[in-house]
Design a protein around this ligand. Structure first.
Ligand code: 3PG
Length: 312
C-alpha cells in the first residue's frame, strides 16, 4: 500500500508536467505563426490599432460561437466577475496594442528582444508597487537582462523610438495583466479558456473607440486600397490567420496560466521569444549585427539565470 501511495503522486506529477509541456509547446508554435502573419499584415497594411482590434474581435466571435453551439460550456459570471476583470482587460488592451504598434515600426525580432525583459519588469513592479522583496541573486540576474536588452537596442540597425517604447509599455502592461489575472482566476469556477474569452470581449469593447480615434475608417479604406494593389487579396487571408492564431495562442497560454504561477508563466513567455526571434530573422531576412545578437543572447541568458534563482 505504502509503495502505491508513493507511486500515485509521482505519476500524477509526471502527467501534470507532460500536460504543461504540451501547453507550452502548442503556445510557442501558435505564437510563431501569429507573429509571422501579423508582421506580413503590418508590412502591407500598417494600421496596428485596427489589426489589434480585429484579433480581439475574431477571438470574441469564436468564443461566442462556441458558447452558443455548446462546443464549450459558457461561463457563469456575475457583475463582480466583470468588475474584477476590468483592470485586467485595460492592461491586456494596452499591452496588446502597444506590442502591435511596436511591431509596425521595427523588426519582429527587435520587439521580442525588448519584450524578453518582461521578468525584470515583473520583479520591479512586485518590488516597488506591491512591496514584495526578493533575494539578492534575483536582483543580480536582472543586470544581464537589462544590460543585454540595452545593448541590443543600442546596436539595432533600424532603431525606432515608437517601436522601442511600444515594447517597453507592453512589458509593463502585461506584468500587471498577469498578476491581476492570476488573482482573478484563483478560486473561481471560470476556466482559463473562458477567462481569456471574457478578457477578449471586454478588451474589444475598450479598444474599439480608441482604434477609431487613432486611425479611423478613412485611413483604413485608403490603406486597404493600397494593400490590395500591392499584395492582392492574399492580405485578407493573412489578416484572418493573424487574428485566429492570436486568439489560439493566448487561449492556450491562459490554459497554462491556470496551472502555473505568474513567474513560471513569464519565464515560459521569454523562452517562447527565442523561437519567435530566430524564426522571424530567418523568414524576414532581418539584418543582424553580431553585437546586436550578443545583446539578445545576454538578455535571454539573464532570464535563464533569473528562472534558476527565483525558484529557490
Ligand atoms: C500582442 O499583440 O499582444 C503581442 O504580440 C503579444 O505579445 P506576447 O508575445 O507577450 O503575447
Amino acid at each position: 500500500k505504502e509503495s502505491k501511495a508513493e507511486v500515485v503522486p509521482a505519476s500524477s506529477e509526471v502527467a501534470q508536467k507532460l500536460k504543461i509541456s504540451i501547453y507550452f509547446a502548442t503556445w510557442w508554435a501558435l505564437n510563431v505563426i501569429f507573429n509571422i502573419y501579423n508582421k506580413k499584415v503590418l508590412n502591407a497594411f500598417p494600421y496596428p490599432w485596427l489589426t489589434s482590434t480585429l484579433s480581439l474581435a475574431c477571438g470574441s466571435a469564436m468564443m461566442l460561437f462556441s458558447w452558443v453551439t455548446c462546443l464549450v460550456e459558457a461561463p457563469k459570471t456575475d457583475l463582480d466577475f466583470w468588475k474584477a476583470l476590468f483592470p485586467v482587460a485595460v492592461a491586456h488592451t494596452i499591452g496588446h496594442v502597444a506590442a502591435t504598434v511596436s511591431m509596425s515600426k521595427v523588426a519582429v525580432s527587435f520587439t521580442h528582444i525588448i519584450k524578453s525583459a518582461e521578468p525584470a519588469f515583473s520583479v520591479l513592479v512586485s518590488r516597488f508597487i506591491l512591496g514584495e522583496s526578493f533575494p539578492m541573486p534575483v536582483y543580480l540576474s536582472l543586470l544581464p537582462i537589462i544590460g543585454g536588452c540595452g545593448l541590443a537596442a543600442a546596436t539595432e540597425l533600424n532603431f525606432n523610438m515608437i517601436g522601442f517604447m511600444g515594447a517597453m509599455i507592453s512589458n509593463l502592461a502585461f506584468v500587471f495583466r498577469n498578476i491581476f489575472s492570476k488573482r482573478g482566476m484563483k478560486g473561481k469556477s471560470v476556466s482559463g479558456m473562458n477567462y481569456y474569452a471574457c478578457l477578449s470581449i471586454m478588451s474589444l469593447v475598450i479598444l474599439t473607440p480608441f482604434a477609431i480615434a487613432m486611425e479611423g475608417p478613412q485611413m483604413w479604406a485608403a490603406g486597404w486600397q493600397k494593400a490590395l494593389a500591392d499584395v492582392g487579396p492574399n492580405v485578407l487571408w493573412w489578416i484572418g490567420a493573424q487574428s485566429v492564431f492570436y486568439h489560439l495562442y493566448n487561449q492556450v497560454s491562459y490554459m497554462s496560466l491556470d496551472q502555473i504561477s505568474p513567474l513560471t508563466f513569464s519565464i515560459g513567455n521569454t523562452m517562447k521569444r527565442i523561437s519567435v526571434i530566430v524564426s522571424s530573422i530567418i523568414i524576414f531576412r532581418t539584418p543582424v549585427r553580431p553585437v546586436n545578437a550578443l545583446g539578445a543572447a545576454i538578455a535571454i541568458f539573464g532570464t535563464f539565470l533569473y528562472s534558476q534563482v527565483s525558484f529557490y
